[in-house]
Design a binder for this molecule. Structure first.
Ligand code: ATP
Ligand code: MG
Length: 270
C-alpha cells in the first residue's frame, strides 16, 4: 500500500488509493505534524510513501519508520498530479499556465512533457487568511470564505467606471482601478465584515490572475489552470479569478481536488 504526501507551508495533504483505484484525500494542519505521524502510524498496511513539499524534512524528522520513502521535487509532483486530474476530468490540454495558489503562489508553464516555474508572488492563501484575521478577527478558512460570498466590494474598491463617471473610460469600466481605493474617497467609517472579506478575496484573486495572465500572454497559452487549497470550496474566489481571466481573454480551468495535485503526484511517482 502506497500513499502520497505533500507537506506544504499551511496544510499537509495526503492521497491514497482504495481497492478500486479511486483516490481518497486527507488534509492536516502543517503546524501540528504529529497528527500526520499518528495517522500514518495507525495504518500499518502503508508500506511506501512518496513525499513532496517544503515541510518534507520537518515531517520526516518526526517519522521514525522503516517504510520505503521517496522524495519528489515539489514542482514535478504538482505537474504530475495536474496531468492526472486533467485526464481524469476529460480535459485534453498539452500546454498551459498552471497557477498554484497555496500559502504563497507559484506559477508554472507546462508544454507536453516539459514544465518550468515561470514566477510567483507572496500573495496567496496565507495572505487571504492573514489579512482576514487582522481586519475582521475571523480565523477559520471555511467561515472566512462562506461570509465573503455575501459581501459587496462597491464601497471599498474603486472601479475604473467610478473614476471616469459620466465619460467613456479608456479601458473596461468594471476593471478594478484600485483595490481598497474607495476607502479614503468616500470616508465611510465602518465596513460590514462580509464586505471586507469579499474585498480581500478580490485583492488576492486579482493579483494572482493579473500575474498569471501576463505569463500566459508571454507563453502564448490560452488556458490557465488554477489549483491549490485556497480554491477548495471557495466559489467566491474562483468566481473572481474566472471573471478576471475571461475579461482578459483567457480560459480559466479549475480542477476538482485541486488542493491535492502535489500529493497525487508524489504517490504516482512511487
Ligand atoms: P505552499 O505550497 O505555499 O507551501 P500549502 O501547500 O500549505 O503551501 P495549500 O494547502 O495549497 O498550500 O493552500 C493553503 C491555503 O488554503 C491556506 O492559506 C488557506 O487559504 C486555504 N485553506 C483551505 N483549507 C484550509 C484549512 N482547512 N485550514 C487552513 N487553511 C485552509
Ligand atoms: Mg503547496
Amino acid at each position: 500500500n502506497t500513499i502520497g504526501i505533500d507537506a506544504g507551508g499551511t496544510l499537509t495533504k495526503v492521497a491514497f488509493l482504495d481497492d478500486h483505484n479511486e483516490f481518497h484525500f486527507k488534509a492536516f494542519p502543517s503546524k501540528d505534524l504529529s497528527l500526520v505521524k499518528e495517522w500514518i502510524e495507525s495504518l500499518p498496511e502503508i508500506e511506501e510513501i512518496g513525499i513532496t513539499g517544503g515541510r518534507t524534512e520537518q515531517l520526516l524528522s518526526k517519522l521514525k519508520t522503516n517504510k520505503s520513502i521517496d522524495y519528489v521535487v515539489e514542482f514535478d509532483a504538482t505537474i504530475k498530479g495536474v496531468k492526472y486530474l486533467l485526464k481524469k476530468e476529460g480535459h485534453n490540454i498539452q500546454k498551459s499556465i498552471i497557477t498554484n495558489v497555496g500559502t504563497g503562489t507559484s506559477i508554472h508553464y507546462m508544454e507536453n512533457e516539459n514544465h518550468v516555474r515561470v514566477g510567483g508572488t507572496g500573495i496567496g492563501g496565507g495572505t487571504l487568511t492573514g489579512l482576514s484575521t487582522i481586519i475582521t478577527g475571523l480565523t477559520d478558512f471555511r467561515e472566512i470564505t462562506k461570509i465573503a460570498k455575501q459581501g459587496k466590494r462597491e464601497f471599498i474598491d474603486l472601479f475604473v467606471k467610478d473614476i471616469f463617471e459620466g465619460m467613456e473610460p479608456p479601458i473596461e469600466g468594471h476593471l478594478t482601478a484600485s483595490n481598497f481605493g474607495k476607502v479614503n474617497i468616500l470616508n465611510h467609517n465602518s465596513y460590514p465584515i462580509p464586505d471586507l472579506l469579499a474585498t480581500i478575496q478580490a485583492l488576492v484573486g486579482e493579483v494572482i490572475t493579473t500575474l498569471s495572465i501576463q505569463y500566459a500572454d508571454m507563453k502564448k497559452s490560452e488556458t490557465i489552470i488554477y489549483i491549490g487549497s485556497t480554491l477548495a470550496d471557495n466559489d467566491h474566489l474562483k468566481e473572481v479569478i474566472a471573471n478576471y481571466t475571461i475579461l482578459k481573454k483567457h480560459t480559466p480551468i479549475f480542477l476538482n481536488d485541486c488542493g491535492f495535485s502535489g500529493a497525487i503526484g508524489a504517490l504516482l511517482n512511487k
